[in-house]
Design a protein around this ligand. Structure first.
Ligand SMILES: [Zn+2]
Length: 227
């Protein structure tokens, strides 16, 4: 999914002579002369992708606080409070809206252990959620995958290999559920089309109406979805 175009807002103007790209409020804005070819605009965005990505992430980095430091972690539409207690072992347990972290007082670097336990928690939850969601969606789409994996991808949300194994980034648990659901449909659609062709997107939108909105959401929020 990494080669896709960044999301943008397009405005046509009769007074414009050329296409202008602008990054504002954490978003890409495109102004183009009336009647300008859409394909030409998309090519231009593709060419300027590095510049766009750089400026988007710069703007977004300066506006969002780190969530791990706030001792709160997102889980879909909820927030879990981190409760940290000293103990003799390192382990986590979920109790309602609280994620309890027991930290051994022999740890050298407590922050590293917090990060490690939170990651383990997400991986465990993600495995359960994605297995269930894939089951559900693949029935609707009359497809069948071979395996569901949860991965620690740095630069993608999911993947589908030619053997029919689907992989998902556990960081999607920090997004709203409808965003993660879109990624499930996206990867399942790759069981039919191993590309991002028109037929691929038609299949995605047949089973998920939020595709465009979800892609925009991921583009705008991916910068803070890291530990
Ligand atoms: Zn894809």
């Amino acid at each position: 999914m990494s080669s896709e175009l960044p999301a943008y807002q397009l405005k046509f103007s009769a007074r414009r002579r050329s296409v202008q790209l602008k990054i504002q409020s954490g978003q890409l804005w495109v102004s183009a002369p009336t009647g300008c070819d859409l394909q030409f605009i998309q090519q231009l965005i593709q060419q300027k992708k590095d510049w766009i990505d750089k400026h988007l992430s710069q703007q977004q980095h300066t506006t969002e606080p780190g969530w791990l430091a706030q001792r709160q972690i997102p889980l879909f539409d909820d927030k879990l409070e981190l409760k940290i207690v000293q103990d003799t072992v390192n382990q986590f347990s979920l109790d309602g809206d609280c994620l309890w972290l027991q930290l051994s007082n022999r740890n050298k670097n407590q922050d590293k252990w917090i990060e490690k336990l939170v990651t383990e928690f997400y991986l465990q939850q993600a495995k359960l959620w994605f297995e269930q969601e894939v089951q559900l969606q693949q029935q609707q789409m009359s497809l069948s995958s071979r395996e569901v994996r949860v991965c620690n991808f740095k630069a993608k949300w999911g993947s589908c290999d030619s053997s029919g194994a689907l992989s998902f980034n556990w960081r999607l648990l920090m997004a709203p559920a409808w965003v993660a659901q879109y990624v499930v449909v996206h990867e399942l659609a790759h069981l039919v089309h191993m590309n991002h062709s028109k037929s691929f997107w038609a299949l995605v939108s047949q089973f998920n109406q939020d595709a465009a909105k979800a892609r925009l959401w991921l583009k705008q929020n991916q910068h803070w979805m890291q530990l």
